[in-house]
Design a protein around this ligand. Structure first.
Ligand SMILES: [Cu+2]
Length: 266
């Protein structure tokens, strides 16, 4: 179990911005790759394998799907994983994959090219999967199968806009999770497995997009949120409750151009 800080960073911390994976500067992309590579090189509970293992395998499976905690739990997960990356490279943030854009390209090139500009293997393309993190008989590295026969198309901007119109948090969350499921299935391979999906570096970019959609929804429906009965629910194994995930100022991050753009324009 990775060691997590005892409490979220206080409000005074500087606000950091997550960015669109397709518009990272070469320096931002290089820093993010450096952080992932550094995390991959650590074999204790600060390392990539340990963080990926929280979601699904090895057991216990902590992630919450089909649950009222889906969005808050994954927000906490990304928050602490991003902190772990910032321990490797100060200031890095998780990019998001806006899967409503560039359906012709599909997965952003940052995540698909074989080599980085220095000719080193691209750590965002695939990751090892520790033996206990594999599905029975599953592969030792992550893989993807987008565009295979039967792969559903990625969600569209119109679908995201419809979901953002929903005024009730639980309705919104359920439909956002449905869109999210479709992306996992569309990518296929490791991303199609709850047990192993978090080992694929693309997982974090996909979930950052889901988290961003929640942020856009929060801005659109300022008086709405999870029902009071959920606010004190704990988000194990993280030292956060649902309430702790609601205020971006206290979390210390936001999405670049969030307030100016809809989900489709960045
Ligand atoms: Cu997911």
């Amino acid at each position: 179990m990775p060691t997590v800080p005892s409490s979220p960073t206080p409000a005074a911390a500087r606000l950091r911005h997550r960015r669109n994976a397709r518009t990272l500067t070469p320096g931002q992309l290089a820093n993010f790759r450096k952080a992932i590579t550094a995390a991959q090189g650590i074999n204790d509970d600060r390392g990539y394998q340990a963080w990926a293992g929280i979601h699904g395998l090895p057991l216990p499976i902590f992630c919450t799907h089909n649950s009222p905690l889906f969005l808050p739990w994954h927000r906490a997960y990304l928050y602490f994983f991003e902190k772990a990356l910032q321990d490797r490279v100060p200031g890095v943030t998780l990019p998001w994959w806006n899967w409503t854009m560039r359906h012709d390209e599909g997965i952003p090139k940052a995540y698909t090219v074989a080599k980085d500009p220095q000719g080193e293997p691209n750590p965002l393309r695939s990751s090892p999967i520790q033996p206990a993190g594999r599905d029975p008989g599953g592969p030792a590295r992550t893989n993807r199968q987008p565009g295979r026969d039967g792969a559903p198309p990625l969600p569209t901007l119109a679908q995201v806009k419809d979901v953002l119109e929903l005024t009730d948090f639980m309705d919104f969350q359920t439909q956002a999770e449905d869109l999210h499921n479709g992306v996992h299935v569309s990518v296929g391979g490791t991303m199609g497995s709850v047990g192993s999906s978090a080992y694929d570096p693309l997982f974090w970019a996909h979930h950052a997009m889901i988290d961003r959609i929640w942020r856009l929804w929060q801005l659109k429906h300022p008086g709405s949120g999870p029902p009071a009965s959920l606010l004190n629910r704990a988000l194990a194994p993280f030292p956060m409750t649902v309430r702790d995930t609601l205020d971006m100022d206290s979390l210390g991050y936001d999405y670049a151009v969030t307030t100016a753009a809809t989900a489709g324009t960045a």
